[in-house]
Structures are given as structure tokens and as C-alpha cells.
Write a protein that binds this ligand. Structure first.
Ligand SMILES: [Mg+2]
Length: 441
């Protein structure tokens, strides 16, 4: 199937089937030429877009229906008893007029036969984590928004997955359905704002694409409330000024919008034009990758510290390579004998995943700190993480760096084959266990 995929995947207008994932040959067909499903996805920018927003459909209700099949065809409300409000309504209840945050008595007026269950947050958190784990298997750049939704940046993951982001996402949605038993909706675009808008488009089990070419025209038709941060109160302010449609914002100058609405005016200017530079930020605990070691005896001399730094740099590099990510800022951390923390950073021209670059940058930073101070701890890491496709470009100017990168690739392959001890660099050779030099006295 992969060979077929590779040759056909070039035609975004023919698209692919969301059920069997088969790329299609003909742009006009209404059903999948392989399985007959009508769920075909096609778009002129389908294979170029990489920013996604994934949102589980009626999440709490979906989890309960999964666990109680007898409720599958019944209207179901998850909420806090008769005096509480609706947390989530299933789609059958929604058809009957039930909405989130509606007082329960009103919801039951609208839909008297609804089954009401109290929320089981522990269970939802568990299922949410399962979905999240599957996302982070696709890309390190997953930014969770809530228990059941997240942004993903899949740029540069095509080689890893052997298919473009659109197909990776469709495969993900199918796997969540088959293996976790709930459904998701996917929005795919070139920026976060429109990815989020798209995921809301044809829920449930949706997959909508908004490309760059259509963004302006699409937005022009929409109400101002589509813009992030335009709630009821602000929409009323705009309404008083006669502004209802995004097209009206598109016709206004930036200065005028800012004069009227301050920083919100700036946002209106940019988002109304589909300009959203915000990056997808990885989950909190993945904001840096680092390694550190505490010495048995405090160390002061470069001869003692540098080999440890080298070994730690290799550890960090190995982790980055394994995760398919790179970092742009190198951070050196030292703790003095009297527990004072010193951190020193340097931002590189481009992200790196190479032990050699991490080490040499850390080494430069360390040089200024080896002034006789005795240290009890040294650590090195990188922050500013991104997928590694733009890491360590084979820079024509720095031929030496490129050669080192190639050599490091070769060393990595040797280590994979024969273990980490097989190849030691001059700095770590003979130092025994990594990052913890054995010292007498
Ligand atoms: Mg949701």
C-alpha cells in the first residue's frame, strides 16, 4: 500500500479516503475507489499543511457511551444533578436542543427522556491521556488546550511517518476510534487560528481543511465572533460600531483598529486576514531536554569538568535524536559548593541535535566559569525545542561543522549497533561510567 501511496499521494485534488486511507486516482469520484466510502478528503493544499487542531467529539458523553453500550442510541447528558448545569451533551441530546453550560432543569425540559450521569473526571482524564499519548507519538510539538483537545505541529514529520500530515491525522483519527472507542474531529491549516476553526466545522468525526489561498475569502464571510478573544461583550462593542462581519475588519487599517480597540485591534487586524504567527508550544514538561550530574567531590578544574560536560552533551543529543527534536538554546547549569546556581545560555543560529554543537557551545560557556570556583553539580541542556527537520543545516560556510555532523551520524550508527561504549570520543575516553568521573581523594 505504501508504494501505491507514494506515487498517488502527489495529487491532493484526488485526495484520499478517510476510512481506508487509500489515496485516490480521480478527482471527480464521489466514493472511494477501494472501499466505496463517501468520506473522501481532498484539497489543493492537502499535502502542504501541517498545523492541526484535534478535538474529541462530545468527550465525556462519548466515553460513557463507550462503556455503556445500552446508552448508545439514547440522549445522554453528563452533568451535576438536577440543580447543576450540563457539562457535555451527546449529539442526540444536542439535536433536542441541549447545550453545554445549560441549567439542568432547562436541559430536561428540552429533552425529558435524556439519561443524566454525573461526571467521572478520573476516567475522562485517563482516556484523555491515552489520546494525548497517541498525539505525542506523532510529533513532539503537541500543545494541549484542555483534557480533550490539542494543537499539533506536524511540519517536518513526513519522513518519519512515510506520509504527509493529512494522512497521519486521518490514520490517527481512525486509530482513536478503533482502539480507544471515541471519535475526534480534525482541523488542518497553516496556522493555529484556522486549524481551530476548521476542527469545529463538520463535527462529529469531522476533518476540515482551510488552505492559505482561501483564507481571506473564507474569513470575509464569517461573523466577527469567529475571532479568538471576541466574546459576547466585545462583539457588542463592535456591533455598536457597525462591525459584524470579518470582511469589514479586512477593509480597515491596522492603525485605525489599534486606535479604536488597543491591543485587541492589533489582533483583529491580523486574525481577520488569516495572519497568525503563534507557534505550537510543546507540553510544559517537554520545554527542554537536559542532563546533569552531581559529583562525589566538588570539582573546579577544566580537566575534571570538561569530560563530564562532553558525556552529558552526548546524553542530551541521544535523547533529542530519539525524540526527533532539536533545541536552539544551549543552557549550561552549575551549582557551586555553597549551593548557588549559575545558569548560562546561548542561542544558536539554528536548532541543533548534535552532541558536538551542544558540547562546544557549553564548553565556551563553561570556560568563563572555571575561575577556581568549586562546583558540586554540572548540567547541560537545550531549550527552544522544535522538530529536527531544520536542525543543523549543512551550512556551506561551516564545512567543518558539516563534517562533524556526518561523523556524528556515523558514530551514532556504530553505537546503535555495538552499544554506547563502542565509540568514545577523546574527551570521555577512559573516564569510566558516564558523567560520574571516579576520583580518588
Ligand atoms: Mg471536545
Amino acid at each position: 500500500m505504501f508504494a501505491a501511496m507514494r506515487q498517488a499521494v502527489n495529487d491532493p485534488q484526488a485526495g484520499f479516503c478517510r476510512d481506508c486511507l487509500t489515496p485516490q486516482q480521480r478527482a471527480a469520484a464521489r466514493r472511494c475507489e477501494h472501499c466505496g466510502s463517501p468520506r473522501l478528503l481532498r484539497h489543493s493544499e492537502l499535502y502542504r499543511l501541517a498545523i492541526a487542531h484535534i478535538d474529541c467529539d462530545a468527550f465525556y458523553a462519548a466515553v460513557e457511551k463507550r462503556d455503556r453500550p445500552e446508552l448508545r442510541d439514547k440522549p445522554l447528558i453528563i452533568g451535576g444533578g438536577k440543580r447543576g448545569v450540563v457539562s457535555t451533551a451527546c449529539y442526540i441530546a444536542r439535536i433536542n436542543g441541549v447545550r453545554s453550560a445549560m441549567p439542568m432543569f432547562k436541559a430536561l425540559e428540552a429533552c425529558p427522556h435524556a439519561v443524566v450521569l454525573p461526571p467521572d473526571m478520573e476516567k475522562y482524564a485517563r482516556v484523555g491521556r491515552e489520546v494525548r499519548d497517541r498525539m505525542t507519538a506523532l510529533t513532539p510539538l503537541v500543545e494541549p488546550i484542555s483534557i480533550d483537545e490539542a494543537f499539533l505541529d506536524l511540519a517536518g514529520t513526513e519522513k518519519l511517518h512515510g506520509m504527509p500530515p493529512a494522512l497521519v491525522l486521518a490514520r490517527f483519527a481512525r486509530a482513536v476510534e478503533d482502539e480507544i472507542g471515541i471519535t475526534v474531529s480534525v482541523g488542518l491549516s497553516y496556522c493555529k487560528f484556522l486549524a481551530k476553526v476548521a476542527s469545529d466545522f463538520n463535527k462529529p468525526r469531522g476533518f476540515a481543511v482551510i488552505g492559505e489561498a482561501e483564507a481571506l475569502g473564507f474569513l470575509a464571510e464569517q461573523p466577527v465572533t469567529l475571532i479568538w478573544g471576541v466574546g459576547k461583550a466585545f462583539a457588542a462593542t463592535l456591533e455598536r460600531d457597525g462591525i459584524r462581519r470579518i470582511a469589514q475588519l479586512q477593509a480597515m487599517e491596522r492603525g485605525e483598529l489599534m486606535k479604536r480597540y488597543g491591543s485587541m485591534g492589533d489582533r483583529l487586524y491580523h486574525l481577520s486576514r488569516g495572519l497568525d504567527e503563534r507557534r505550537v508550544h510543546a507540553d510544559h514538561d517537554a520545554k527542554s531536554v537536559s542532563a546533569e550530574t552531581t559529583f562525589d567531590t566538588d570539582l573546579a578544574s577544566p580537566e575534571d569538568l570538561v569530560p563530564v560536560l562532553r558525556a552529558l552533551s552526548e546524553k542530551v543529543s541521544a535523547r533529542l535524536k530519539k525524540a526527533g527534536i532539536a533545541g536552539r538554546t544551549v543552557v549550561l547549569k552549575l551549582k557551586t559548593r555553597d549551593f548557588r546556581l549559575r545558569t548560562r545560555n546561548r542561542r544558536l543560529a539554528d536548532p541543533t541535535r548534535l552532541a558536538d554543537r551542544i558540547f562546544s557551545t557549553g564548553h565556551e560557556l563553561l570556560r568563563k566559569e572555571t575561575d577556581g570556583t568549586r562546583y558540586r553539580l554540572i548540567g547541560i541542556g537545550v531549550s527552544d525545542l522544535s522538530p529536527d527537520d531544520k536542525a543543523d543545516p549543512s551550512d556551506l560556510v561551516d564545512v567543518a561543522a558539516h563534517k562533524r555532523a556526518l561523523a556524528e551520524g556515523a558514530i551514532d550508527r556504530l553505537r546503535e549497533k555495538y552499544g554506547t561504549k563502542a565509540v568514545e570520543t577523546g574527551y570521555t575516553f577512559g573516564k569510566g561510567s558516564r558523567g560520574r568521573p571516579q576520583r580518588e581523594g
